[in-house]
Design a protein around this ligand. Structure first.
Ligand SMILES: Cc1ncc(COP(=O)(O)O)c(C=O)c1O
Length: 372
């Protein structure tokens, strides 16, 4: 169907893999997979190892796969833990609840709906977007009183709207104090390729024994092609997501998705290899410097905004801007119908030269409103 002999394909591994079209169905870290696609499966296995060990400081062995995106990877985790509680703890489905902060991504309520699970949010403070120990404990105790015994917790490594980072220790201490069973999944779909480089002492990774699985998304900060979510978990868990009926698939299936392109693993592997860990770290530093610049300009104009330390997202209160300015610069609202916040994500293309006109427009707005 697609022309295979174009000379440029020889030096374009991602494009030529797309054309060869290997099917990466299944989970290749388990050892047995479709034998026709060994070459690209090996690259995916290496990618899972780099992410779980080199980036997320894991010791020991891990399973994982390249998923369609952050939504699927979060759903995979929730599905896996739901089955773990059902099979190992003889839980009734009504005794299991998903717990996340109010700022968590909508993929958790989506997974709750698909997997027929209840979900509960823990409020966050308006100013620092943090959950308090007291609120965590209150929500957990309240859920316990309603018959919940098993908690699937989603901790955020940079939320979509604020870039905020959960204090996972507060959450696990509250769970322990309430004497309930739990598993912790880290949603690093946004921050997984940023936070570990900007905050090297983070405990939202596999150096923390409380963390059993993590979502990363290469098609966000890493700018990989779409279809490059990454699901990672400690060994001994992924078989709870096994579909034995997949008997025609060599090695069976342990994923939400089924058939998927091996080219996606090649793309992410190539991006990471091209930067190298130091190259990517330098890139993160540049983005942090530019974010500092934007914040300094906003401070000088007395504009109210939220920024998590060491993050590249700046979220401005909507009353500090006009809708026209937000629209002109493509700032993302928290709600398209009645925005309370607009965010700017400082990525590769968001240079100081590109941000200066935004600051000039905000300055003019401030001057106009002072004149009124
Ligand atoms: C924190 C977080 N989790 C999950 C997702 C879902 O990712 P995807 O759109 O790749 O499914 C997003 C997307 O913005 C996100 O920011």
């Amino acid at each position: 169907m697609f022309y295979q002999d174009a000379p440029f394909l020889k030096n374009a591994p991602y494009l030529s893999t797309l054309i060869y079209n290997p099917n990466h169905i299944g989970c290749h870290t388990l050892g047995k997979s479709e034998s026709f696609f060994k070459g690209t499966q090996k690259i995916e296995k290496e990618l899972i190892e780099i992410c779980s060990k080199a980036i997320l400081k894991g010791k020991g062995d891990f399973d994982g796969y390249v998923a369609s995106g952050g939504t699927e990877a979060n759903m995979q985790a929730i599905w896996m833990y739901r089955n773990y509680f059902l099979q190992e703890k003889q839980a009734d489905i009504g005794e299991i609840v998903i717990l996340s902060s109010a700022d968590a991504h909508y993929s958790s309520p989506k997974a709750a709906n698909i997997l027929n699970l209840d979900i509960e949010e823990i409020p966050v403070n308006y100013k620092d977007r943090k959950m308090s120990y007291k609120d965590c404990l209150n929500v957990i105790k309240d859920q316990k009183a309603q018959g919940k015994r098993f908690f699937i917790c989603i901790a955020n490594m940079m939320t979509t709207m604020f870039g905020s980072v959960d204090d996972v220790g507060i959450l696990t201490r509250a769970l322990q104090s309430a004497a309930v069973e739990y598993k912790v999944h880290v949603d690093g779909a946004y921050g997984g390729f940023f936070h570990p480089f900007s905050s090297i002492n983070t405990d939202l990774d596999f150096s923390n024994d409380e963390v059993s699985s993590v979502t990363l998304d290469a098609h966000k900060m890493l700018q990989a092609p779409y279809g490059t979510g990454i699901f990672l978990c400690r060994k001994g868990l992924i078989h709870y997501a096994n579909t034995e009926k997949a008997s025609y698939v060599e090695g069976e299936d342990y994923t939400v998705i089924g058939s998927r392109s091996g080219a996606n693993a090649v793309a992410v592997w190539m991006i990471l290899m091209t930067y190298g860990s130091h190259g990517w770290y330098e890139k993160v530093l540049i983005l942090l410097n530019r974010t500092d610049w934007l914040c300094q300009q906003l401070d000088a104009l007395n504009i109210k905004y939220f920024r998590q330390s060491a993050s590249n997202i700046v979220t401005i209160q909507s009353d500090q801007l006009s809708n026209e300015i937000a629209y002109k610069y493509g700032l993302v609202p928290d709600n398209h119908n009645s925005p309370k916040w607009y965010k700017a994500v400082i990525m590769d293309h968001v240079t100081v030269e590109k941000m200066q006109p935004l600051i000039d427009d905000i300055k003019n707005l401030v001057i106009l409103s002072n004149d009124e």
